[in-house]
Design a protein around this ligand. Structure first.
Ligand code: CMP
Length: 143
């Protein structure tokens, strides 16, 4: 498996709990490099667009409200098997099902407010990275 990129979001509850450094530390300790990052307050349109795949799900409106309730930090993580590596660091979507020592087990209040998002596969990673960072938003690690 060669180096891969994945899209990560620290959600509004993660910022409210002041976890940016804690979460970035976990990424870096696991060998992931941050190659793009931005803090932003998503508009309703941005949150609806990002989560369009969940449009028909019963939790969609609450999800959009949650994701626009405060600022988020969005980053691209790069490294060997980055997509799965990040998913292991995050833990299961529902913190009740997440392994000990994962971000969601340690910090998430519920399946709705689960602190972080991470791409679930190569196609979604490419789409999600382009959604936030376009074609030229990545900063290559030259050293
Ligand atoms: P995320 O990994 O960002 O993907 C979709 C988000 O919807 C999820 O994390 C949760 O924040 C939220 N969500 C709320 N309810 C559910 C549910 N029943 N199943 C999956 N995701 C849910």
């Amino acid at each position: 498996m060669s180096a891969e990129q994945t899209l990560s979001i620290i959600k509004p509850d993660g910022l409210q709990k002041n976890l940016i450094g804690e979460i970035y530390g976990r990424f870096e300790k696991a060998g992931l490099e941050i190659v793009a990052a931005r803090m932003m307050h998503l508009t309703k349109e941005q949150a609806e667009g990002f989560y369009a795949v969940h449009k028909e799900r019963p939790f969609y409106n609450d999800l959009v409200s949650y994701m626009t309730s405060g600022p988020v930090v969005v980053q691209v993580l790069q490294g060997e098997d980055a997509i799965n590596n990040n998913r292991e660091i995050m833990g299961a979507t529902n913190p009740d099902d997440a392994d000990l020592g994962t971000i969601r087990k340690d910090f998430a209040a519920s399946i709705e407010e689960n602190v972080v998002h991470g791409s679930d596969g190569p196609d979604t990673a490419a789409q999600e990275i382009a959604f936030f960072f376009g074609d030229d938003g990545i900063c290559p690690r030259t050293r």
